[in-house]
Design a protein around this ligand. Structure first.
Ligand SMILES: NC(=O)c1ccc[n+]([C@@H]2O[C@H](COP(=O)([O-])OP(=O)(O)OC[C@H]3O[C@@H](n4cnc5c(N)ncnc54)[C@H](O)[C@@H]3O)[C@@H](O)[C@H]2O)c1
Length: 349
């Protein structure tokens, strides 16, 4: 008999098999980054603090470090990875350690090595029967300049021209290969650019859409490294975290695509975002000085078709540009206010 119980993931109720949930031990690799920080916090609410092990080569924020286990893990050290998996009897791995698009372009050897080796180390854990399920994120960077840019389909021409995109495309092929040949239960999403306020972005081409909010509040102005009319697909972090957990909780039969799923988010240009920010920060000024990241952005889709994710595992977007900006502004202004008050108190002492 399967018993399901409801859990709340970022204001949404999803149903999880009760016994399964109690038995899971989850290892998050690269947990101190933009996505990992928020994912650890959400997964600990569902599975219990002790059952979600954070790991990275650098420490995380207090909300992660003080609520549950943390391991210093360089994912390139396969022996240490295996020891940690055995020590905690890990059943699921979320692999988030990677060099992102802009950073990988500046260190192509490390980009290739880190993104590929980390992936095969984790896939082999499942092949060898040590873990049961893997989440590995892909990206819209799998597409390239020859891909149709508007409403980019799930299945289309994929000729990425960045080292990051090449590793993501190779990773998707690896996923499908390990699923077909060895029955590895690996699940994946092609994230668009992700925007959150809890943690800093890690060197991607869409980072401008996070930086703008901080600079708007602190300086009242921002210089964008992408040109004003560069339209890219983006997603607010609560939606991205929910998509990830919903995909991982879906019955295996519903996960029909094992390479990686398109998820759309919403698309906007730096100019459109600056207009939205200006509604919350009067006199906000935006200027544009495109750098090397412009070429990367120009090779990516401007919007995505995610029909397969909707049909297969019921994916549904909650936030649009307006809703995201309002929510983000409230939270970020509060965060800066708290920070200033703490600084003031320290000065007085
Ligand atoms: N953030 C986005 O907009 C976005 C979009 C598409 C895909 N993704 C993918 O999602 C994943 C996570 O992205 P993110 O934005 O959280 O990245 P991030 O750069 O913020 O975090 C990555 C983390 O990996 C850690 N790390 C680096 N080398 C490591 C090593 N050798 N061993 C262990 N940890 C190591 C870093 O310290 C960092 O904390 C990546 O695979 C990325 O490609 C992110």
């Amino acid at each position: 008999m399967q018993i399901y119980f409801p859990i709340k993931v970022l204001d949404n109720i999803i149903f999880v098999k009760i016994f399964k949930c109690m038995q899971e031990r989850i290892l998050i690799i690269g947990s101190s980054g933009q996505i990992g920080t928020e994912l650890v916090i959400e997964l600990r609410k569902i599975y219990g603090n002790e059952n979600v092990i954070a790991s990275d080569i650098r420490p995380s924020c207090d909300a992660v470090m003080q609520t549950g286990p943390f391991e210093n893990l360089d994912i390139l050290d396969e022996e240490l990875l295996r020891n940690i998996v055995k020590k905690y009897k890990v059943t699921q791995v979320y692999l988030l350690a990677a060099l992102l698009s802009a950073t990988a372009e500046q260190n192509i050897e490390l980009g290739w090595k880190l993104n590929m080796r980390s992936h095969s180390h984790v896939l082999d854990l499942a092949k060898d029967g040590l873990i049961k399920k893997i989440f590995w994120p892909s990206s819209i960077a799998v597409f390239g300049p020859t891909t149709p840019r508007e409403n980019t389909p799930q299945y289309t021409i994929m000729e990425p021209n960045t080292v990051y995109g090449i590793t993501k495309q190779a990773g998707e092929r690896w996923n499908e290969y390990y699923f077909n040949k060895f029955g590895v239960d690996v699940r994946s999403i092609r994230y668009p650019g992700l925007i959150g306020w809890k943690s800093a972005p890690g060197g991607g081409t869409t980072d401008y859409a996070v930086e703008i909010f901080h600079k708007a509040i602190t300086d009242g102005e921002y210089e964008s490294f992408l040109s004003e009319n560069t339209s890219l697909p983006m997603m607010y972090m609560p939606d991205a975290i929910r998509a990830t957990i919903e995909l991982m909780e879906s019955p295996s039969n519903n996960v029909k695509i094992r390479s990686s799923y398109n998820v759309a988010g919403f698309s906007f240009t730096p100019k459109r975002l600056s207009e939205e920010v200006a509604k919350h920060i009067p006199n906000f000024k935006m200027s544009y000085k495109p750098d090397f990241r412009q070429e990367i952005a120009d090779s990516w889709p401007s919007s995505i078709d995610d029909t397969h994710a909707k049909n297969d595992w019921g994916w549904e977007l909650k936030y649009n540009l307006e809703k995201m900006t309002s929510d983000l502004m409230i939270n970020l202004k509060e965060k800066y206010k708290k920070f200033h008050n703490e600084q003031k108190n320290t000065d007085i002492q």
